[in-house]
Design a protein around this ligand. Structure first.
Ligand SMILES: Nc1ncnc2c1ncn2[C@@H]1O[C@H](COP(=O)(O)OP(=O)(O)OP(=O)(O)O)[C@@H](O)[C@H]1O
Length: 257
């Protein structure tokens, strides 16, 4: 379980997160939604210790994030950030191997090569293994980063959960790969010990796939629960100032604007 309790985070006089408490369980697809500037990326950064909260705690498996060493956390928790830029000419396989850096010192071992190969196959980028990363399209690069972060947590740790934190993973992907990615994440969470937290903008993808939806607005949690509980006309209006028609057919929610 990944939990944040009473998080307040300020920059100067601006409060970016205001007393936020939220928890994410393993084996569930947890999605964070909310309008631009709501505080979603800030929350992700606090959950990852990239931002230190002014108040409140973040725990992984009940243990305070500050009690983990950087290496310990990196062996169990992979983070896909927005706008990843690589300055060096690397092959796709070398980029994916970066995910394994927390697991070896010196040279990668056979299990690191195996994790990379399997993660590349899983995300359909194995055929590009020897390509120069910077020559790839935006969507191809994004799939390479999926392989990198998933290679990082490919094997279960001796104890505790694995964590996969994704800040807007669907940017750059066409509709086929958006769905493909969601199905693949659902396949990963069947392993039961992976906590997945992702930020998405597409409310219909959240309506289709999420087990839990957290709606962030003005640095606060406006709603937190199942997609049916959170994706209501009232909540959408309050957060996005938009009227939505919401239909439910065979248990599937759909939003129209
Ligand atoms: N260093 C900073 N100084 C001042 N304000 C900041 C800083 N970083 C972020 N903010 C502001 O904090 C608010 C929350 O930003 P954040 O990036 O968390 O939003 P978001 O919900 O991820 O938005 P988006 O959907 O547009 O990516 C925004 O208003 C942003 O301008």
């Amino acid at each position: 379980m990944l939990a944040a309790s009473d998080i307040t985070y300020k920059i100067g006089s601006k409060t970016l997160l205001d007393n936020v408490s939220v928890a994410f369980e393993p084996a569930k697809l947890n999605l964070i939604i909310g309008p631009n500037g709501a505080g979603k990326s800030t929350l992700i950064k606090v959950l990852c210790n990239q931002h230190i909260a002014d108040h409140g705690t973040v725990t992984y498996d009940g243990k305070d994030i500050n009690k983990f060493s950087v290496a310990e956390l990196a062996q169990r928790r992979a983070v896909l950030s927005q706008n990843i830029e690589l300055a060096f000419p690397l092959t796709v396989e070398e980029v994916v191997m970066m995910g394994r850096y927390p697991h070896f010192s010196g040279q990668p071992e056979q299990k690191d090569f195996t994790a990379c190969k399997e993660a590349m196959t899983f995300f359909d980028v194995a055929a590009m293994a020897d390509r120069n990363y910077i020559t790839l399209s935006g969507g191809e690069k994004q799939r390479v980063h999926f392989a990198r972060v998933v290679a990082q947590i490919w094997y279960p740790p001796k104890e505790g959960s694995r964590y996969l934190i994704l800040d807007e993973p669907l940017t750059f992907l066409d509709v086929y790969y958006q769905f493909d990615f969601m199905y693949k994440v659902m396949e990963l969470i069947k392993q039961q010990d992976i906590v997945v937290v992702g930020v998405v903008h597409d409310l219909n993808l959240a309506a289709r796939f999420a087990d839990k939806v957290v709606l962030v607005c003005n640095g606060k949690i406006l709603a937190d629960g199942s997609k049916k509980e959170v994706l209501t006309k009232e909540n959408i209006k309050a957060a996005y100032h938009m009227e939505a028609d919401i239909t439910s057919h065979n248990g599937k929610l759909q939003l129209f604007f």
